[in-house]
Write a protein that binds this ligand. Structure first.
Ligand SMILES: [Zn+2]
Length: 133
């Protein structure tokens, strides 16, 4: 295990130690959902209130028989600009809060967040371009 791997376990353990209220799975699920909405809201606020980033979206088409690299090159993020330090801080904080509740749900269900990351990493590597999400 590398230091960065230990960090995930440490984070999950700290979440376990610090979560005093809302220990119920029912509260955790709704808190997780709420924190997810706040992540999205913080990204949208960077667009509509700060203006450091801009969204300009349209329908995308990609070559069915293209390589992973070709598909990556034609698919747009629909995002323009760069996050300012303030918006970056806010988004990072909301994502951190979201991860806290995810780690807490893992604790309640006796799941290991690090194992989940490892399994998902293996899965997406295995599926490659057939795993277009
Ligand atoms: Zn900003």
């Amino acid at each position: 295990m590398l230091l960065k791997d230990i960090m995930v376990d440490d984070f999950q353990y700290t979440a376990h130690e610090l979560l005093l209220r809302n220990r119920s799975i029912v509260d955790l699920i709704t808190k997780y959902q709420d924190s997810n909405a706040r992540v999205n809201r913080s990204i949208i606020k960077a667009v509509t209130q700060c203006g450091c980033i801009k969204i300009d979206a349209k329908k995308q088409s990609f070559p069915e028989d293209g390589s992973l690299e070709e598909i990556r090159n034609v698919m747009a993020t629909h995002l323009y600009g760069k996050l300012c330090d303030n918006c970056r801080d806010i988004i990072e904080r909301e994502m951190g809060r979201n991860l806290f509740y995810l780690a807490s749900i893992c604790n309640t269900l006796d799941l290991n967040l690090y194992d989940i990351i490892i399994k998902e990493n293996d899965r997406i590597k295995l599926l490659g371009k057939y795993n277009l999400r």
